[in-house]
Design a protein. Structure first.
Length: 140
């Protein structure tokens, strides 16, 4: 678990307070890996991030991302979110040091499609995605 804090109120050369940019107060990352077992392996990751207050810049600038109900100077908070990702892999031995990995990978299984930052345009993640692939690998 991550927990951020700051001692004192540090300022930059212009006299503005130095901020933890997009730093959540709390964050948890958990991972589970299993295998390889008869060529199969899998991993699962859970990443939870507490809500964040956007940098002061976005509270003093008009931009296309600002929700229309907010006025300049008001706080913009990005909601907390949880990302659940999984991958299942099967390694096919090809002889010698060569392998063919066949995999299925899924990201954002909870389909939260979070917005993680503001950069002047919408940065919402795409939500749930599933990929399949084949990788040729040469073992060392």
């Amino acid at each position: 678990m991550q927990h951020n804090s700051q001692d004192g109120s540090l300022t930059d050369e212009a006299g503005r307070e130095i901020e933890f940019v997009y730093s959540p107060r709390h964050k948890i990352n958990l991972g589970l890996n299993w295998g390889p077992y008869h060529g199969f392996s899998t991993n699962l990751s859970l990443n939870w991030k507490d809500s964040v207050v956007t940098p002061d810049f976005w509270r003093t600038t008009r931009n296309s991302v600002r929700p229309p109900e907010l006025q300049i100077g008001e706080t913009i908070e990005l909601e907390s979110h949880t990302l659940l990702n999984a991958r299942v892999n099967y390694a096919v031995p090809l002889g010698g040091k060569n392998e063919l990995d066949i995999f299925i990978k899924a990201t954002d299984l909870l389909d939260e499609a979070p917005t993680e930052s503001l950069v002047g345009f919408t940065t919402e993640a795409p939500g749930r995605e599933v990929f399949a692939g084949i990788e040729f690998r040469r073992k060392h």
